[in-house]
Design a protein around this ligand. Structure first.
Ligand code: NAD
Length: 487
């Protein structure tokens, strides 16, 4: 009988070669993956500049969505978003459409081979990817005032916090730190913090830690070795993952994963660097390390390990592209193709001075980072309404006079504020006021929406412009709203 070698089952993935340096770094990456024995069935799609310029404002064709939904794994080279309005960010569209709730970015220093002030840095930023101020819900309320709504949900927070702990466990990390700012945003960041505290005890093997984001960020920039995995809401994560990649000394070397329940996307964190395109100059390392995250995700950890260790060995041997080439440290300045060939030649080798990586196979029954959604609210009571109005004279006492009498039975005008600072009753003359005021009408007992709408109608009938209304509720007796400063 003939010995037939058992071929590993190939995992289908979708690949986009992108724009600018994209095609060069993608072909280098795929060449290395192949040499390391990655079992991949590649479907290629076209995205980016050409698609945008064909008149597709999303930069991606419907047939490409079909491929993504079929393979559920997307290895994406950077694209160029054409200048001018009307073109939607493909990254944001992909993340949101495919529910990619977690952005994962390992930020590692490669001292002494890549210049850095933090030789022992090895931090993974896990950023919530769908919510927060990035829900993109913005309004201009009045000629002077704009607003952006910050949305933090319990399921969203549960998913990302659980993902961070699962990631830590799988990658043998010791600690998960939560960054947020619930001393100021008590309801939104307060929920994120609360969920972190609820989920952390499910992972007794992993240390937990909480920092207010401002001082936490300062500590991270100063002493990144003190951190391991850091989980945070979207905006802080967006900013701090760039800071972390930069201080590791390797913004051009970092890869990132956008993880969703249906489909995940893997990429470099840099853009398409059009000025470097077509010259065999670009460093393919960011995309290659993005593809390592992909290999772990599709449960090919041995291949991930081979690729990553060969890459570390190449960096350690001083074979560097122009962007990280340093006289005295580097031994050879190479182009994209030569760099890829150097990594291929080292497949099977491990670094000697840099720490080799080891990736574990994900247990088949690994719990998913799904939300528990343990919301046990039993009573929700309507207690009042905030009415944001345009009041160009900026005099809160006159506004109180005008709207106070419109409260009607059972409701009272409790306070008026300007951008969160109470200005009536007993406001201070020093408080700066814009043309947008919030009038809070409250009831001692639960009130119907019809009653609140009568107040809104009364204000409108009085000729006052209403910009926004927000109902005020208690949840199990606890107020679901904050007090104004000074209230
Ligand atoms: P960029 O990251 O493309 O390039 C900035 C500079 O960094 C380049 O000029 C180059 O000197 C250097 N650089 C970046 N990657 C490199 C690499 N792999 N090797 C060597 N040098 C590298 O940022 P940009 O110039 O602001 O943006 C260019 C285009 O990329 C824009 O159209 C932007 O919209 C797009 N972009 C795309 C993505 C993405 O697809 N994920 C991300 C960021 C920017």
């Amino acid at each position: 009988m003939l010995d037939v070698p058992i071929m590993p089952t190939k995992t289908p993935i979708t690949v986009a070669h992108g724009d600018g340096i994209g095609p060069e770094i993608m072909s280098a990456t795929l060449q290395i993956l192949e040499a390391a024995g990655a079992a991949l069935e590649i479907e290629t799609i076209e995205i980016g500049e050409k698609v945008y310029l064909r008149g597709n404002s999303a930069g991606i064709e419907p047939s490409s969505w079909e491929s993504l939904l079929r393979t559920k794994v997307f290895l994406k080279a950077p694209i160029t978003t054409p200048q001018g309005g009307g073109f939607k960010s493909l990254n944001v569209t992909t993340r949101k459409t495919l529910g990619q709730y977690a952005n994962v970015r390992p930020c590692v220093s490669y001292h002494p081979f890549v210049d850095t002030k933090h030789p022992n840095m090895d931090v993974v930023i896990v950023r919530e990817n769908e919510e927060d101020l990035y829900a993109g819900i913005e309004y201009q309320l009045t000629p002077e005032v704009t607003s952006c709504i910050k949305l933090i949900s319990r399921p969203g927070s549960e998913k990302i916090v659980r993902y961070a702990f699962e990631y830590a466990r799988l990658h043998n990390r010791k600690k998960v730190t939560c960054f947020m700012k619930d001393n100021i945003m008590k309801v939104t960041d307060g929920l994120f913090h609360k969920v972190f505290e609820e989920i952390a005890p499910e992972y007794p093997d992993i240390q937990k830690e909480v920092w207010i984001v401002d001082i936490g960020a300062a500590k991270m920039a100063d002493t990144p070795e003190a951190f391991d995995v850091i989980v945070m809401p979207n905006l802080y994560g967006d900013i701090l993952s760039d800071v972390a990649a930069q201080i590791a000394g390797s913004v051009g070397l970092a890869g990132s994963a956008n993880i969703g329940e249906t489909c995940s996307m893997f990429e470099a964190i840099h853009g398409s660097a059009p000025r470097r395109a077509g010259q065999n100059l670009a460093n393919p390392s960011g995309l290659l390390l993005g593809s390592v995250l992909m290999l772990v995700h599709i449960n090919q950890p041995e291949v991930a390990e081979r690729v990553h260790n060969a890459w570390l060995r190449t960096i350690e041997d001083g074979v560097h592209t122009y962007d990280i080439f340093t006289e005295g440290i580097s031994t050879q300045k190479v182009g994209t193709k030569e760099f890829a060939a150097a990594v291929v030649a080292r497949v099977g080798q491990k670094p000697n001075r840099l720490k080799p990586v080891a990736y574990a196979k994900r247990p088949e029954a690994a719990p998913k980072a799904a939300a528990k959604v343990a919301v046990n609210t039993t009573s929700m009571e309507l207690k009042g309404i905030d009415v944001f109005v345009y009041w160009p004279s900026r005099n809160p006492n006159e506004l109180a006079e005008a709207v106070g009498k419109l409260a009607g039975e059972g409701l009272t005008l409790q306070m008026i504020d300007n951008r969160g600072v109470k200005v009536w009753p007993a406001g201070r003359a020093e408080t700066f006021c814009t043309d947008s005021f919030r009038c809070r009408f409250m009831s001692e007992t639960p009130v119907g929406m019809g009653r609140l709408l009568e107040v809104v109608k009364g204000i409108s009938d009085a000729g006052i412009d209403i910009a926004l209304t927000q109902s005020l509720r208690t949840f199990d007796g606890q107020p679901g709203f904050t007090l104004a400063q000074g209230q």
